[in-house]
Design a protein around this ligand. Structure first.
Ligand SMILES: Cc1cc2nc3c(=O)[nH]c(=O)nc-3n(C[C@H](O)[C@H](O)[C@H](O)COP(=O)(O)OP(=O)(O)OC[C@H]3O[C@@H](n4cnc5c(N)ncnc54)[C@H](O)[C@@H]3O)c2cc1C
Length: 495
């Protein structure tokens, strides 16, 4: 069996790459293999992630403070740029009638802090960000009347003498990535892609016949039909490993030189989910705070208004945890099975360099319900335990890699790893995640389809899908304002 493209995993990343490829070349034969029985059942499912349209508006970890007290905005701008690319891509698909905009809605993004040091930091952050075009709509408040209006649950029952401050971006979004993924994959199927559920990819092998230079090289993908217990081999010139937490294992199986020396560190998470509809109705924002000492950046607590499959919801968390599984539906042997001679040194090095993280995770794992409630009350002082239930979030695998000095470092971003000939690409890591899927996949296209990408046909199509393609919005405020307005209209968002 042969095909043009094999996408491993039916999450938001494969759905985005597959949709882009179909738009660029509708004649491509695409197959998706997914080990579970439906699309978006791991991290991309709405209950498994926070649904924040990450744009650098409220995530304080993207704006570090310099020793002189000023604040660095570069990382936040990069994330904001990437989200604008996703917005443009989704808006184009909505205009084409390919998807409905119901998966996304406007929810203001707020950053909230208390205590003199953190209030000083937020003031400096606001001063730095407000000057940048991507954040020009940002508002700042320390007065109770404004904060009561922005976030009543956060302010009720709070000591009036406590120094607090917040910023607010009215154009923040909440995204149901599960619904979006399933819609994109259904559309791909309607346009000829084949999706195989309950099929697990077990092995990847590259064939290049040096004695027959005219024969195009290909990947042989070995899959197991989990329902009927048999194996098949599929040949394809291009494979994308979009397997989320399962990606590291498949990269190791492919055994490409670019993939050696990588390791993974799993961080699990839990939410508190509100059960009381009256409380859910009283909150209308995503309120992010500052991470605790040693906490991984993606474990910053937040009180989040959500809309999941059409229903309003309120989540608090994530509380970080530790499990040796690489997927929520994975196996406890995932972490030990990922150890190789080639990644042992970086894995051990990363462990030694991240003692505060280890301490933090241990403390999170052993914390009692009362301690969880105490953290919730930092954000919602009048929270009552009977209104909340615990739910397990998705599993993330952070990238461990070697730096130039040979030291193992733990990364909190995403990384695209590809072969020199562009025949295979894999995505490792999970932050900023689904929000930036479109820009990550443009990167995959640049690495793996450079010749096609240079053609006028692909350039024209990409510019029609993503009008800012190839331009920097941070340096082009006019274009940014126009595109924000146009995408807001198509996606039915606040302008
Ligand atoms: C707690 C938490 C909060 C998050 N919050 C946000 C947020 O607010 N905003 C945001 O933008 N992002 C967020 N993210 C990140 C985001 O969810 C992920 O980046 C994104 O969903 C990853 O998509 P994916 O397609 O790579 O992986 P997944 O959605 O995990 O999909 C991978 C698929 O591959 C399948 N698979 C694995 N191995 C195999 C195999 N061998 N064969 C076949 N199939 C296989 C899996 O079953 C799965 O369906 C969060 C993640 C977590 C865990």
């Amino acid at each position: 069996m042969s095909t043009d493209i094999v996408l491993i995993g039916a999450g938001i990343m494969s759905a985005t790459l597959g949709t882009l490829l179909q738009e660029l070349d509708p004649s491509l034969r695409i197959r998706i293999y997914e080990r579970l029985d439906r699309a978006a059942a791991e991290s991309s499912d709405a209950w498994n992630n926070a649904g924040t349209g990450h744009s650098g508006f409220c995530e304080l970890n993207y704006t570090p403070q310099r020793p002189d007290g000023t604040v660095e905005t570069q990382k936040a701008e990069t994330v904001a740029e990437a989200f604008e690319i996703s917005r443009q891509f989704w808006a184009s698909l909505v205009r084409e009638g390919a998807i409905s905009p119901s998966f996304i809605r406007s929810v203001p993004h707020c950053a909230f802090v208390w205590g003199n040091d953190d209030v000083q930091f937020l003031r400096a952050r606001f001063a730095a960000m407000k000057k940048r075009p991507l954040f020009e709509q940002m508002e700042y408040a320390e007065d109770r009347a404004t904060l009561d209006q922005w976030m009543p649950l956060v302010m009720e029952g709070r000591d009036p003498a406590e120094l607090v401050a917040a910023t607010r971006m009215p154009i923040g979004t909440d995204v149901d990535f599960g619904t979006l993924t399933r819609t994109l994959i259904a559309r791909m199927e309607a346009r000829g892609a084949e999706v195989f559920y309950n099929y697990e990819v077990r092995d990847l092998h590259y064939f290049r016949n040096r004695d027959m230079p005219d024969m195009a090289p290909f990947w042989q993908v070995r899959v197991k039909n989990l329902s009927e217990d048999y194996h098949e081999n599929i040949q394809a010139p291009f494979v994308f490993i979009g397997a989320g937490g399962g990606a590291l294992h498949l990269l190791q199986t492919a055994d490409i030189p670019e993939g050696r020396h990588y390791g993974g560190f799993p961080v699990s998470g839990e939410w508190l989910r509100c059960k009381n509809p009256e409380i859910i109705a009283r909150h209308g924002a995503k309120v992010y705070g500052k991470a605790a000492v040693g906490a991984p950046p993606m474990s910053v607590p937040h009180l989040d208004t959500r809309k999941i499959e059409g229903h309003n919801a309120l989540l608090f968390g994530p509380y970080a945890g530790f499990s040796t599984k690489f997927l929520k539906s994975g196996s406890y042997t995932d972490l030990p099975a990922s150890l190789r001679l080639s990644n042992l040194a970086p894995m051990l090095g990363a462990g030694l360099h991240n003692i505060p993280l280890t301490k933090y995770l241990i403390q999170q794992v052993v914390q009692s319900d009362a301690e969880r409630l105490k953290t919730l009350r930092d954000y919602y002082p009048e929270a009552q335990p009977e209104d909340w239930e615990q739910v397990v979030a998705g599993q993330r695998v952070q990238v461990i890699k070697e730096n130039e000095k040979g030291d193992g470092i733990l990364e909190f971003g995403t990384e695209v790893i590809s072969t020199a000939d562009g025949s295979l690409a894999a995505l490792l890591g999970a932050s900023p995640g689904a929000s930036t899927a479109a820009s990550i996949m443009l990167n995959v296209l640049a690495k793996c389809f450079p010749q096609q990408l240079a053609t006028p046909a692909w350039q024209e199509k990409l510019t029609s899908l993503i009008p800012s393609y190839g331009q920097k919005l941070a340096d082009n405020p006019e274009l940014l304002r126009r595109l924000r307005q146009e995408t807001a209209q198509a996606l039915e968002l606040a302008g």
